[in-house]
Design a protein around this ligand. Structure first.
Ligand code: NAD
Ligand code: LMR
Length: 338
């Protein structure tokens, strides 16, 4: 029997990440090659022509799984019956900016969109915020949809997770697929904590592999503190400096990974991944903040991996990132956005 199409709404569909997302979603990379999809491309008036052009190209792809594609600047139409909302539409930062500098420009987008999702989307809607500053934008969207459960709102830190796996794989000269149980904690910002304390490489402790690679545990910790953490946390800025504009294909790839694992579950042997989800006090993160944690998924939702031991170094880094999230929350509350 043919499966019912899933309705996917992409905001900012006429932008860079939108363009990188649409064709992979249509090809079945996000929801599987047996799952038909309908696409809603939501833009502001200035972005409509670009989204319309992408819609023409989608038609020209003759994707077997692609049902109707609608382009609109009306949130009621864009979120009508939406099962999955990818909230990408917002301004990217330029060189020399921090993501939090975008709060003023972007935060105002996410309250109205959260309210429109609550009013028009399907009852089981799941939302991932990509637009920066992603965690706090997700907090705003979540607050505007009080009747929806917390677990429907997430923000993207899978890109940071994938970057951490990529850096570790390069340092140890192994395939990324051999690495398990890396974690990103906190904010999608320069304060995030990429953590490999529980990670394994081909089943062995990553810390032991790093000690062997760098000549002892002291040198391994120095590499983590001086190179790995700043490189992963600063990778967005590095991409902006080298490319001249912010990450696109890797961001779209991470968003697809995030939704796929969330909707379909992760393979049993894949270990955990990272996502920013609404805190209920886990690891001392204040309730209601949208913070990144290590998570598992069986397809029924992301679940925080609980009970991990954190040493003083990890605790201090997580606390610093959470303090930044508190500061962002308080700033948007003062601006009347919560
Ligand atoms: P872009 O400028 O190429 O595209 C943004 C699009 O959003 C534009 O077409 C614009 O018209 C549209 N838009 C703006 N306001 C909108 C609204 N209210 N409703 C619908 N559409 C709207 O930018 P991009 O490179 O696609 O990046 C988009 C966002 O994603 C930026 O905020 C960027 O910082 C962020 N980003 C996040 C991550 C992450 O890992 N979380 C990674 C990369 C980029
Ligand atoms: C990224 O991490 O690449 C994005 O959040 C873009 C940025 O501003 O860093």
């Amino acid at each position: 029997m043919a499966q019912t199409p899933v309705t996917v709404t992409i905001t900012g569909a006429g932008g860079q990440i939108g363009y990188a997302l649409l064709f992979r979603i249509a090809a079945g990379d996000m929801l599987g090659t047996g799952q038909p999809v309908r696409l809603r491309l939501l833009e502001i008036p200035q972005g409509l022509r670009s989204a319309e052009g992408a819609a023409l190209e989608l038609q020209d792809g003759a994707f077997p799984l692609l049902g109707d594609v609608e382009v609109t600047d009306d949130t009621a139409v864009g979120f009508d019956g939406c099962d999955i909302a990818l909230l990408v539409g917002s301004r990217p930062r330029g060189p020399g900016m921090e993501r939090a500098d975008l709060l003023t420009a972007n935060a105002g987008i996410f309250g109205p969109q959260g309210a429109a999702i609550a009013a028009h989307a399907a009852a089981g809607v799941r939302v991932v915020v990509v637009g920066n500053p992603a965690n706090t934008n997700a907090l705003i969207a979540r607050a505007a949809a009080p009747d929806l459960p917390d677990d429907r709102f997430t923000a993207l830190t899978r890109l940071d997770h994938n970057r951490a796996v990529g850096q570790l794989a390069a340092a140890l000269d192994v395939m990324p697929g051999s690495i398990r149980d890396v974690a990103i904690w906190g904010n999608h910002s320069a304060t995030q904590f990429p953590d490999i304390a529980h990670a394994t490489v081909d089943g062995a402790r990553a810390l032991d592999a790093l000690s062997a690679r760098f000549g002892g545990p002291y040198a391994a910790t120095s590499w983590l503190d001086d190179e790995f953490v700043p490189r992963v946390a600063g990778r967005g800025a590095e991409i902006i400096e080298v490319r001249g504009s912010s990450s696109v294909a890797s961001a779209a790839n991470a968003a697809i990974d995030h939704v796929r694992d969330w909707m379909l579950g992760r393979p049993a042997d894949a270990g955990w991944t990272s996502a920013a989800v609404v805190s209920h006090g886990e690891y001392g993160v204040p309730e209601g903040l949208v913070s990144s944690f290590p998570v598992t998924s069986d397809g029924d939702g992301y679940r925080i991996v609980e009970g991990l031991a954190l040493d003083a170094r990890a605790r201090a880094r997580i606390d610093a990132s959470v303090a930044e999230l508190i500061g962002e929350r308080d700033a948007v509350a003062r601006a009347g956005l919560l």
